[in-house]
Ligand binder design. Structure first.
Ligand SMILES: [Zn+2]
Length: 126
């Protein structure tokens, strides 16, 4: 091939031109570009995975379950499967805990009302 800077004939596999010393870029930089595009196209499942882990901690465990399922569906390369599965499990656990705690809370309030008829419970003292 010919050097694109000085125009002299140089070996095809030369990385640097022996005449002018400039980089010839004989080796294509395509693999690097491929990795970059893969990364950007795969960032969506990662975002869904992270949000599905964060959501239950701000009281949105049901939203977290939905986000994790979407994340798993759009994650074709399964690159962030673990992240989305973790988000799904955390969301489900916190959703169940929330339901169980509210049931316990209401049972205790119902008991309080039963034991103290006519008294409106102001603060649950348990
Ligand atoms: Zn050259």
């Amino acid at each position: 091939m010919f050097c694109k800077y000085c125009g002299k004939q140089i070996p095809d596999d030369a990385n640097v031109c022996p005449y002018c010393g400039k980089e010839t870029h004989a080796k294509k930089s395509e693999p690097v570009q491929e990795v970059e595009t893969k990364k950007t196209s795969d960032s969506a499942p990662q975002i869904f995975g992270i949000l599905s882990i964060v959501a239950p901690f701000i009281g949105l465990s049901f939203v977290g379950i939905i986000l994790a399922i979407i994340g798993l569906c759009i994650d074709k390369n399964k690159a962030y499967k673990g992240l989305n599965v973790a988000g799904l499990i955390i969301s489900i656990i916190i959703l169940i805990l929330t339901i169980v705690l509210s049931i316990v809370y209401f049972i205790l309030i119902a008991k309080y009302i039963e034991e103290n008829p006519g008294v409106i419970p102001q603060y649950p003292s348990f």
